[in-house]
Design a binder for this molecule. Sequence first.
Ligand SMILES: [Zn+2]
Length: 262
Amino acid sequence: MIINTHSHIYDEAFDNDREVVFQRALEAGVEMLLLPNCDEKTIKPMMEFYEKHPDNVRVMMGLHPEEVKEEYKTKLAVIENEIPRFARNDSGVLVGIGEIGLDFYWDDTFKNEQIEVLSEQLHWAKELGLPVSIHTRNAFHEMFKVLDHEQDGRLSGVMHCFNGTYDEAKTAISYGMHLGLGGVITYKNCGVKEFLADIPMDRIVLETDDPYLPPIPYRGQRNEPAYIVKTAEKVAEIYNVTTEEICKKTTDNAIKLFKLVS
Ligand SMILES: [Zn+2]
């Protein structure tokens, strides 16, 4: 059994074959998908997919840093207003706050607004007792400043698609974070491979971030949840354990972190 802690299967990239893609994931042993939200428009397709597969899907609510533009206050308010009806839901559908973070790669025009939106959503997570799924690109320095300020013992979560240095990995873990490992770990030039074996195995979880960042041998194609197996195999090779062991360990980690109940 594998838990995929970061999938955007509700994305329009899957509009023509979403159910086929989902069946392939089940056949590959992926029993649960955690879906992080992106903006106010993705809530509907995300929840529609949850409603079709309530036994295998959980969701997170959040505003993605790349969606923080002029109208960010309105977007954030829409998402905040959606949270209570899920948080009160006994099915435990809402398991985290995400996808949140900082991304200064393409554009840092809204740098301060991104930091404000991130901090606000970290407050939601702390109040609700939920873990976070954090996206960081070209922004580790600012991210750690925010985490340092906000961590009061209540924050936990995943640095999704972690692609930093060993020092950044250790710092993230010191702030209560897990490292989310996806297709990037299979890439030849990925630096995380070099030190991953020194990261305690109880601080890692698996993900795909589909439809983006497919593992080798699918590079250049659309990524999908089932491809997580390739990442699991690579991670197992790095830790020098069996793939089954990695799947079991990362699943246990995800169950604990996201308080998943079946
Ligand atoms: Zn994502």
